[in-house]
Design a protein around this ligand. Structure first.
Ligand code: FE2
Length: 279
């Protein structure tokens, strides 16, 4: 796969989502899984670790989360207390948020020319690689990610964030694949997450109308598939009720010329500015 067809480009504009099977090879996916395994071997959790949950926002107050924008950090599932003795891989929610700049294997993965080409094909002029996440979604305990759009968390003016979601394993309804509401990326943002004066975070409600989720569609994806998601497209994933994990990797891009808000949660230190594909 090198570039999108006109039909694919139009479909992304119309739907706000595009599914690209076999974008990455099995070997590409396995190399990222293997590298994450090595990073986990070197990771020693302190205390009980920090939980990442979209149904409970206490992690927003945690300095470990708030300063993770330019680091590689690990976040646990909130039900992990029930799985005492489980391995790290079976207890973690995700790792984030700068593997793509700090780790050579992740950097090579995201800086493959075909990914830069894909970014250009969906309209980026000069993209910056803002955030990477490795999502574990472990069997039985991988939790729900509530309905949301990404722009409120990574706010730019004008809105520019788009996500590449990569299936590192087959994602099915049973193991908690994503679902989305095609076409609803044209709605205005309903909320905005901001750093508060007290040093924590606060979610501002801009429109309290719930997403109309009756027509949601599942985004089942075979290993190697890339799902491209507009920053204003509502998406959700259910808990992993199966006995199989659902590892995925995500990369979020913003346009360099768009203004990135300094009250967004994710901030880089001056020593580690955001980079593009070729920087
Ligand atoms: Fe998201």
């Amino acid at each position: 796969m090198t570039s999108l067809t006109g039909i694919q480009k139009d479909s992304f504009i119309d739907d706000g989502v595009l599914v690209l099977p076999k974008f990455f090879s099995e070997g590409d996916c396995d190399s990222l899984r293997k590298r994450m395994g090595q990073l986990l071997d070197d990771y020693e959790p302190k205390g009980n670790g920090t939980v990442f949950s979209t149904t409970d926002s206490t992690h927003h107050e945690d300095d470990y989360f708030l300063t993770s924008g330019d680091k590689i950090r690990f976040f646990f599932e909130d039900s992990v207390v029930d799985s005492e003795g489980a391995s790290l891989e079976l207890s973690l929610n995700k790792a984030g948020h700068a593997m793509h700049d700090l780790d050579p294997v992740f950097s090579s993965f995201v800086r493959q020319p075909k990914l830069a080409e894909l970014a250009a094909d969906i309209g980026f002029v000069d993209p910056l690689l803002l955030q990477s996440m490795y999502i574990f979604k472990p069997p039985r305990i991988g939790g729900e990610v509530v309905w949301h759009t990404d722009h409120p968390f990574l706010w730019t003016d004008p809105p520019s964030v788009k996500g590449f979601w990569v299936a590192l394993e087959d994602a099915t309804i049973e193991n908690g694949c994503m679902w989305c509401l095609p076409g609803l990326h044209r709605d205005r943002p309903r909320q905005r997450l901001k750093r508060s004066k007290s040093g924590g975070l606060e979610m501002e409600t801009l429109d309290s109308t719930p997403f109309p989720t009756e027509n949601k569609i599942p985004l089942e994806a075979e290993k190697g598939t890339v799902v491209v998601i507009d920053g204003l497209l509502p998406h959700w994933s259910g808990p992993n009720t199966s006995s199989r994990s659902r590892h995925a990797f995500t990369l979020h891009l913003i346009e360099r010329s768009a203004h990135y808000s300094d009250d967004n949660w994710l901030q880089r230190s001056p020593e580690m500015p955001l980079r593009g594909f070729a920087d």
